[in-house]
Each structure stands twice: as C-alpha cells, then as structure tokens.
Write a protein that binds this ligand. Sequence first.
Ligand code: UTP
Length: 294
Amino acid sequence: MSVRARKAVIPAAGLGTRFLPATKAIPKELLPIVDTPALEYIVAEAAANAVTDVLIVTARGKDAIAEHFDAKPALEEALEAKGSTALLERIRRSSTLARMHYVRQPKAAGLGDAVAHAEGFAGNEPFVVMLGDDLIDERDELLGTMIDVQERLGGIVLGLMQVPGEDISKYGCVAVAPTDEDGIVAISDLVEKPALADAPSDLAIIGRYILPTEIFDALRTTQPGAGGEIQLTDAMRTLALAGVPVHGVVFTGRRYDTGDRLDYLKAVVQLACERPDLGPPFVEWLTQFVQQRA
Ligand code: UTP
C-alpha cells in the first residue's frame, strides 16, 4: 500500500506556440473554454478528487495565472453591492478550490523538466500530474480511480485512452498486458510520439499521471529526447525498466482535447452545447448554421 496522493502538479510554463498570437501576452492555460479558463477546469477536477494542494509550474509573463486563483475583494464587493450572487459565486470558486502554490521554470525545457521543479513540493509522497490540454468531463470518472490504483499497487499510474492510428504520433504510447481488473492494464514499456509503425499499441497517455518520488532521480539523469526536450515519458521508462510497477487506467468517458486550434474549437463547441444556460439556444443556432453551410 502506498500513501494516497493528495497533491497535484500542473505544468503551465510552456510557450504556447500553437496559439500565437493569442498567447503572446495571455498564458495558453488561461484561454477560455466558453467562459472559464481551461486551468480552472483542471484545478476543479483535482479538488473534486480530494487533492488539497496544487502546484502550478509557471514562467515569466504568466503572472495572470496566480491572479486568477487569488481572491479579488474589490470585484467581490462590487458584485455583492449589485446583488449579482451567481456571478459572485463563480468568481470566488477559483480561490477556494485548493491551496495554490507556484514555482517558476526558468526555460521551457520540456514537460520532464517542468515536473522536476516540483521536487520540494512533493516531499516524500506520490503526486498527481495534470496537463491543461486534456479536459475530462466532470460526469466521468478517471482521476479518483487512478489515485485508488496507485494507493493499492504503488509505482506509476497513467491515464490512457484508445486513439485512432493516425493520431498516435501526437502522444506518449504504451506497451500493455491485461490485469485481472477490468479497465486496468500493466505497462511494460513507454515511447514518446512514436511513428504509427513503431507504436506498441493504440493506447495513448492522456494528461493524467500519478508519480512516485523516484521520478525525480530518473529525471536528473534523463537526456533531452523528442523535440530536444526533457521528456517525462523517458524518465518514466527508466523507472519501468528498473522494475517500478507501471499501470494504466483506460478511460472511455468524455475527454476534450484543447491542445491545438482545431481541437480547441471543437472543445469549446462541445462544452457550450452541454451548458444548461447556453446549450439550448446555441444548439438551435448551430444546427441551422450547419444546415445552411451544407
Ligand atoms: P504542450 O507542449 O502542450 O505546451 O505541453 P506548449 O509547449 O506550451 O505548447 P506549444 O506546443 O508551444 O503550442 C503540455 C503542458 O506542459 C507545459 C505546458 O505549459 C502545457 O500546459 N509545459 C511544457 C511546461 O510547463 N514546461 C515546458 O517546458 C513544456
């Protein structure tokens, strides 16, 4: 049995080049999905799974992230005076979800390097890593199951999803064997962004990880890999080959990819359609719009 993970690390120090020029001054992680920054969905998912402390790995020019998760007394007073209670609750939410911590990554040297900056925060407990590119629908279960599996089996636990062959080269990919538990696989090897011909399966690592503290030693010896960046996948592979157990939880629920512009547009439309306040008129308009374009 391992200690139950209750801290989460959210790397948010990347350059966001795929969304330029929007991300020249605004962090990619704060781009709105309908009316809520992507990062708030992620912190809310952590909080819903009993994570109490969240470390955001940030960078120069990204101070707006800490602003978003801070209280805003003047704005709160103004909304209170106007009697805008619903809006008041919405803006207070971000500052009440979890205890927020920040660390700076001096240079965007890769996801592995970003996670390496969480060593002091993690202490000697396993911890969650969450990427802002993957939004998991709050009605579907993933992170809680992953935390349970890590508590029981220790080692590394990854969120996995089946993706079409032509997409596998965008992800970390895993070689797996079944376990006697439904939806949980044992992982024997990992490879970052493989060509389709080299992919060991159609299971991609989506942006949820539970990592043991041994990852920090592995990261220290990881050389730059794909794209010249320190890859988290390479450090996890070092641990896997050294005998650390690695398991995957195969997710079959609703996931919204916000990683590039096309996926981002799809995520905004999907989530807008789901919203009780905006969904019905938006779907009506969208249906007519698509019919006119056909
Ligand atoms: P991405 O590769 O999606 O983000 O990394 P990016 O590098 O900002 O995007 P592009 O490719 O230039 O458009 C996944 C997450 O990891 C963080 C990013 O901020 C993003 O949330 N990240 C990436 C870091 O914190 N540090 C890094 O060095 C790289």
